[in-house]
Write a protein that binds this ligand. Structure first.
Ligand code: HAM
Length: 418
């Protein structure tokens, strides 16, 4: 029996990969417009990096990490998200001393042992960004606006929800109010009963219907945040207003990771069934220091590439195909030889060129050129070639003209095609 891929692990094959390239290209372009630099970090890290940052009572750490002991007896984990590895790299490489504010992005696979379903995989891909070194609310607004712009430039429709989770000064007062509310709640699930004791905020992220129904009446964190957090949140909202980014405040949004403080946000859609978040993030002041680094604040987000690809399909957004400049259609052995050499020269000159080496009929080769979405076809026929001529056909408007076949036709073709 042939060996199949693991459950929740997917190949991205030609026909699909173009969508991925388009998403990545669009995002990279936007990241650079906002002055972000790329950082590449390892897939494998020490387990304690994630336990310390994401939080021991989160679903990710409790149930979803791909953790194993390596041959040296060390506990390692396939990264379930990108923030902790990027922060580790920031600390380890002393990036704070190179630039007061570091704006970083990374793109790559993440691993979570979740139950696979539409839009939820065990190996999935994130485009993840982090801004380290500033807690100015305008930066929060700018980061959220950047995520929003990616969605917009891909032609997608989604909605933006924001919240503030307060800071370590005001969280205890909210926890107290939440605990007294939870005292009255009935038949909470085992997870919630356990979490109440360790991190009460986490219960609001519960998926069980009975718990959720009761939490609708839970106190709102926004009624408990301190003056500093309240002002920060007001300024973030003002910033989003100045940038024309529409949002809704959702005071029940707690996010699935423990490191968040103050601003949190999610980009959500109703078009992907249960997996509604296409991107999410927030501020995590204190996390860099918690991981052994300097006391610098941070904010970031990650977008799920599988979900963006699905949404492009669902919302029927067209994905521009990579352009083919010329299809060289050569008929007969002499023309095939000429075309073979010319194809290589044109590729060296920077054009995207396809040639079929099987000497099929002209009709067949033209069909191939059409399927490849080629802008031009260069037709090298036996008879024309004997007269030192070839035909360059514009595949869009069908106009064609004669070109002279010279020893080096590259120049003349480049002139016509560019
Ligand atoms: P997260 O909310 O866990 O945040 O994930 C961000 C996005 O990754 C989700 O909104 C979703 O689109 C995608 N995603 C998560 N899990 C899966 C999965 N199993 N299958 C497919 N897509 C998935 C983070 O990971 C934070 N590190 C974001 C962040 C960066 N916060 C600050 N900086």
């Amino acid at each position: 029996m042939s060996v199949k891929a693991l459950k929740g692990f997917k190949d991205i094959v030609p026909g699909e990969v173009e969508t991925w390239q388009y998403i990545e290209k669009t995002a990279r372009d936007i990241f650079h417009r906002f002055d972000f630099s790329e950082i590449k970090v390892p897939i494998l890290e020490k387990t304690k990096l994630f336990v310390r940052s994401i939080g021991e009572t989160t679903d990710i750490v409790e149930k979803e990490m791909y953790t194993f002991t390596d041959r040296n007896g060390s506990s390692l984990t396939m990264r379930p998200e990108g923030t902790a590895p990027v922060l580790r790299a920031y600390i380890e490489n002393g990036l704070q001393s190179k630039k007061a504010v570091q704006k970083l992005y990374t793109i790559g696979p993440m691993f979570r042992h979740e139950r696979p379903q539409k839009g939820r995989l065990r190996q999935f891909h994130q485009m993840s960004v982090e801004v380290l070194g500033t807690d100015l609310p305008r930066v929060d607004a700018e980061v959220v606006a950047m995520a929003w712009l990616i969605v917009k430039e891909l032609g997608l429709t989604a909605s933006l929800e924001i919240n503030s989770l307060g800071c370590k000064k005001c969280r205890p007062s909210f926890n107290k109010a939440l605990l007294s509310f939870l005292d009255q709640a009935e038949n909470l699930c085992d997870d919630c009963q356990r979490r109440i004791k360790i991190n009460p905020l986490r219960v609001l992220d519960c998926k069980s219907a009975n718990c959720r129904e009761q939490y609708v009446k839970a106190p709102s964190i926004l009624d408990h945040i301190c003056v500093g957090c309240d002002e920060h949140f007001k300024s973030v909202k003002e910033g989003l207003g100045l940038l024309g980014v529409p949002y809704k405040v959702n005071s029940f949004m707690v996010r699935g990771l423990d490191y968040y403080t103050r601003t949190t946000f999610e980009l959500i859609t109703g078009d992907l069934g249960a997996q509604s978040a296409i991107g999410a993030g927030g501020r995590y002041d204190g996390l860099v220091q918690q991981l052994g680094g300097p006391d610098v604040p941070g904010i970031g987000f990650a977008m799920g590439m599988e979900r963006l690809a699905l949404l492009l399909e669902q919302q029927e957004q067209s994905v521009p195909l990579p352009a083919v400049d010329i299809f060289v259609a050569a008929l007969g052995e002499t023309a095939q030889k000429k075309g073979f050499a010319l194809t290589h020269r044109l590729r060296q000159a920077g054009l995207t060129v396809i040639m079929d080496h099987q000497d099929r009929s002209l009709k067949n080769q033209m069909k191939q050129a059409g399927r490849a979405n080629a802008r031009y076809a260069l037709i090298l026929g036996e008879e024309e070639l004997a007269k030192g001529r070839a035909v360059l056909r514009n595949m869009e408007n069908r106009e064609q003209h004669d070109v002279a076949v010279t020893e080096d036709m590259t120049g003349i073709i480049m002139q016509n095609v560019k």
